[in-house]
Design a binder for this molecule. Sequence first.
Ligand code: MD3
Ligand code: FE
Length: 217
Amino acid sequence: MTADLFDDTPSPYVTPEVIAPGAVLLRGFAREQAQALLQAVEQLIAAAPLRHLVVPGGHSMSVAMSNCGTLGWVSDRSGYRYSASDPLSGQPWPAMPACFAELALRAAAEAGFNGFKPNACLINRYQPGARLSLHQDRDEGELSAPIVSVSLGLPAVFLFGGTRRSDNPARYRLLHGDVAVWGGPSRLAYHGVAPLAEGDHPRLGRQRINLTFRRAV
Ligand code: MD3
Ligand code: FE
């Protein structure tokens, strides 16, 4: 096992890339923390397993999800909401690891959003073919706070549209260790993820893990 195999080489000079007002890509920002983040993910999903949530239309999502923090995003036939407990166990979601909260705070500050204290972290697991159709994240209630997302494992094509669903989305390839911050005028932008391509990541195999940090009420 070598450092380059796991792609966790230090990346001290991350240049923030502004892709839209309030939307900033920090390529490689989480590379040094990736191993620690993934170790924490393994513990979290042992306590609150990844599952394919059912959406109100009755279909199961192709992305498998879990949460940590005070609140977690859930969906069932009756709708989407934030819940303090895991519906599978009835127990509170696992606490947000300190390394998660610290990374989200640092990334948000790098993008100009100071004092970001997420209370919810959605853990998304993509296997080849899994996708997320264009949507807005509007269940948080606290729309003044940004969302911070961390990509781990296989690359994905991220679709970033405007504030109308009909706006043709721009495409960005997100790699292991990339972090994005979405706030201000971009907070309600439509976005999604194209079907994950086959691949074999040295640490995660046929998977992409995405962490999204939110402030929900
Ligand atoms: C742009 N997840 O969980 S993260 C989601 O890669 C979600 O798993 C995707 O969309 C994923 O809701 C994308 C990037 C992201 C998150 C929230 C946003 C982009 C955003 C909110 C507004 C605009
Ligand atoms: Fe989203």
